[in-house]
Design a binder for this molecule. Structure first.
Ligand code: TXA
Ligand code: MG
Length: 324
């Protein structure tokens, strides 16, 4: 199969109507989209990504108004967050209606729902008579794509079309929020909207359950080597890492400043001005470039744990070969 890159919403829509897969731009990362109501399309997504079937998919809708078609209940906190933060990089775990297939939710009673903010994909979703499921458009376990070219590198020959919407603005995946039985918000994945923003919207503390283990939590987030480049990666304090691997051929992913004694061509700086949002936007491209640099190992700097840096740190820790 030939994989083409283009800008045609009509072409993307025609393929999706035939149960084919199309990579779509979102503000977070590119998604690998298919008709959420077609078992054939959903099955094709798992196959193209080589993704295990126990890892559920996010349902992408054109607007919050249509959410009630797919869920039985919306807690007040979810309404409030949707009003203030959606469309945007936030995904809601809500109790599903029967029409949402078990293949989409991997058997869970909850479905993940997101309203993406990218204009091309918004227009595409508005054109279609069905919602899209879209995991990140990378092969399972590898770094998520933030450009059409990244998608091509991973899925060339496996999908017919990549809708090119330019580089993704946010650069890390959406924040996933669930709600306890009493309606309290819980963060299942740190992402493009910070925990602090969610807390200030709701004027209450939210629980970070990303590191808690338990059968109700999604297994995939706890799999080894998620978001991992092929080259071994170590994340932590950069000075300590550089000292530890003295004399080895390393590439560096640093927040603001280069490290002395390592060639410039092997150093990837996420934001010279120290802007954490910019660092998030550049993170996945830097991981890919470092992976292609032909080094023994990649050393990446962890940031102070706050705001969007929580998502950056989370992705780097999962990419670390020592991560469990
Ligand atoms: O920003 C994003 O969310 C991107 C763009 C394309 O929208 N999508 C994305 O999808 O990151 P994916 O499939 O790569 O990651 C979705 C995560 C997975 O860890 C999955 O386990 C979790 O969401 N998830 C999906 N449905 C769930 C459910 N019903 N219950 C618990 N976790 C769920
Ligand atoms: Mg993913």
């Amino acid at each position: 199969m030939d994989t083409r890159i283009g800008h045609s919403i009509a072409e993307a829509a025609a393929l999706l109507q035939q149960d084919q897969l199309v990579a779509i731009p979102t503000e977070t990362v590119y998604g690998l989209a298919g008709n959420a109501l077609s078992e054939k399309a959903v099955a094709a997504i798992f196959a193209a990504k080589e993704r295990p079937r126990f890892n559920p998919l996010i349902l992408h809708l054109p607007s919050w108004e249509s959410v009630r078609q797919y869920v039985t209940e919306i807690p007040e906190a979810a309404q409030e967050l949707a009003r203030k933060l959606s469309p945007g990089p936030i995904t809601f775990l809500l109790p599903k209606k029967e029409m949402v297939s078990d293949l989409v939710t991997a058997g869970s009673e909850r479905v993940a729902i997101r309203i993406p903010a990218h204009p091309l994909t918004h227009e595409l979703l508005t054109t279609l008579s069905f919602p899209l499921v879209a995991p990140s458009a990378n092969t399972f376990g590898y770094v998520s794509p933030t450009t059409a070219q990244h998608v091509l590198e991973g899925l060339n020959g496996r999908i017919p079309y990549i809708l090119d919407g330019g580089p993704c603005g946010v650069g890390v995946e959406s924040t996933i929020v669930g709600f306890s039985e009493s309606g309290l918000p819980e963060i299942y994945r740190q992402g493009g909207i910070s925990m602090e923003t969610i807390e200030s919207c709701l004027k209450m503390p939210v629980l970070d359950v990303t590191r808690k283990t338990g059968a109700h939590l999604d297994a995939p987030g706890r799999l080894k080597s998620h978001y991992a480049p092929h080259t071994p990666l170590y994340a932590g304090n950069l000075e300590a890492l550089v000292a530890r691997f003295q004399g080895r051929r390393v590439a560096i992913i640093a927040f603001r400043k280069k490290v002395s004694g390592i060639p410039d061509s092997l150093q990837f700086i996420l934001s010279e001005s120290g802007d954490v949002q910019e660092a998030a936007t550049r993170l996945f491209a830097a991981l890919r470039k470092a992976d292609q640099a032909g080094v023994e190992m990649v050393l990446a700097e962890l940031l102070p744990e706050q705001g969007i840096a929580r998502a950056i740190n989370d992705r780097l820790r999962r990419a670390d070969i020592q991560w469990k």
